[in-house]
Design a protein around this ligand. Sequence first.
Ligand SMILES: Cc1cc2nc3c(=O)[nH]c(=O)nc-3n(C[C@H](O)[C@H](O)[C@H](O)COP(=O)(O)OP(=O)(O)OC[C@H]3O[C@@H](n4cnc5c(N)ncnc54)[C@H](O)[C@@H]3O)c2cc1C
Length: 610
Amino acid sequence: MGFLYDIIVVGAGHAGCEAALAGARMGFSTLLITMNLDTIAQMSCNPAIGGLAKGHLVKEIDALGGEMARIADLSAIQFRMLNTKKGPAVWAPRVQSDKKVYQQAMKQVLERQERLTVLQDTVTDILVDKGSVRGVATVYQQSINARAVIITPGTFLNGLIHIGLRSFPSGRFGEFASTHLSDSLQKIGLKLGRLKTGTPARVLRSSINFDKLTPYPPDDKCETFSREIKKFPLPQVPCYITYTTQRTKEIILENLHLSPLYSGKITGIGPRYCPSIEDKIVKFPDKTAHQIFIEPEGLSTDEMYVNGVSSSLPQDVQEQIYQSITGLENVRIMRYAYGIEYDFVTTDQILPTLETRSVGGLYLAGQINGTSGYEEASAQGLIAGINAALKIRGDEPFILRRDEAYIGVMIDDLITKIPEEPYRMFTSRAEYRLLLRQDNAYQRLAVYGNRFGLIDDATLDDVLRSMERVSAEVDRLGATAYRDITVAGLLRRQDWTYQRLIEEGIISEPSGLTDTERFQVELEIKYEGYIKRQHTQVDKMKKYDMWNIPSSLSYENITGLRREAREKLVARRPATIGQALRIPGVNPADVQLIMIHTERLNRSNTSGKK
Ligand SMILES: Cc1cc2nc3c(=O)[nH]c(=O)nc-3n(C[C@H](O)[C@H](O)[C@H](O)COP(=O)(O)OP(=O)(O)OC[C@H]3O[C@@H](n4cnc5c(N)ncnc54)[C@H](O)[C@@H]3O)c2cc1C
């Protein structure tokens, strides 16, 4: 069968853009089909990229040769490094974005990408033949065939918007829901679940009383996400902080019966860490005020995003709620808040490559895998795009381990645990946080980006040289004596910093080290013990992650395996002992039994071959 395209990507949201770019950049003719060209890479909710753990993902995307970091830099209107009061492993870069600049910049990158065709249409069916994907059908075309298809429809799958007790089908406010595609996924045998999320209102800048708000300025020192961009091109502007009041609480409690969530109308489960204002008031009854950030949606619009007041109460109640917030007494709402329920594919049906288990060449990425967030979606899009290209090439798949990247942690979490609420990334999800810092993403991942042709040789050389400089400086400090200890030993003491060593003339000013490299030298020395300990844990775990479970192993025949564990193992079919260990409901004793049976099976297979 001749194929018109190598790869088709469905949906040009955050996942779809990365998937399509990766496919085309790796040499394959790629078609990106999306419902509306004017909403490419739209930020459905908060106009911001990065933040806690999400900033790490953006750096990792950049290190692998993805696009999000560059576009975030080009559209950044406020940079802040979050979490600096905590350890350096969890520092988190975040930018407020000009939403329209972000979309246009991403659209232009797609338009100019060789081998990539962008088409406005709606995919209605996934075409499958003998267990392998063959292409898609759209509203306008009965069949467009391809070797691989990557589905990234976001919150559009059977999307149902709720405002008060009214609900209507929609993918985002003002956009069609994707109902045929949802049906098609079920027809080809995929099981769907239901989740929900919500967004706050956007209000008019001139109706805000800024005298009552506290400005929240950008950091003095800005750091770009991408290695390629040295400076943010757009001006940096403030955001603002304010608070809900006692009146806010009263209005919400008086109107709770009109909330689709509290009246039982919404059945999907929402993000615990991004709750609606109704949820916050109900779950924290003793709290008298909730902090709210007022953030610009861009430099060329007067719409302001009211971060922290997501709601699905009726419009007239929303007006009362927003006007009860300090400084918003006369506020004019331009877009009302709403909640949305949507389908996702339960993640026991995907492999670590993001290919579905049941249909060869069919990949899923983004919100469809139960995640929430632009960064989580982009990271998955990139991995799906790379793996689709590798599969067509006949190369080994690309799977990141938990000790290599937050992306590895996220995908491993998804395949071992079906999300019960929208999954977002947190630093606490990673067990090797000191190894997975935002500053060392390039050291960890650029070699892969280069292997796939997504990072050029000059950039990789640059990264390798930087690593050498850091390691030479760490060695120099370890080899330089200071009284009865080494300079490295001195630096390990609490009140010493690398800068102080230089200022007090204990070491000479190093030549050619960048600020990031100086930071890394200090960190490697100060945290040496912890870093070594994490490496030891990684080595121990690696043994289990490399211990493959043969696909012929029958869990039904393992006596002594608890029923819950057996059910979970049959459903998930872990590829390795490491994955089995991370499935909730499977305990170490169960895994011990699997190890024994795996060994037995391997022995009998080898003796059978002799
Ligand atoms: C109301 C709302 C509130 C949200 N709140 C938050 C939040 O607070 N925090 C957070 O981190 N995330 C939030 N999100 C989620 C965030 O927007 C998504 O996680 C992220 O955009 C997912 O990226 P994606 O690429 O998977 O899908 P999306 O960005 O949704 O993109 C999907 C794309 O697919 C296209 N598409 C869909 N079906 C088809 C089809 N059949 N054919 C062709 N094209 C199709 C759509 O037009 C769209 O362009 C919210 C989303 C919504 C809608």
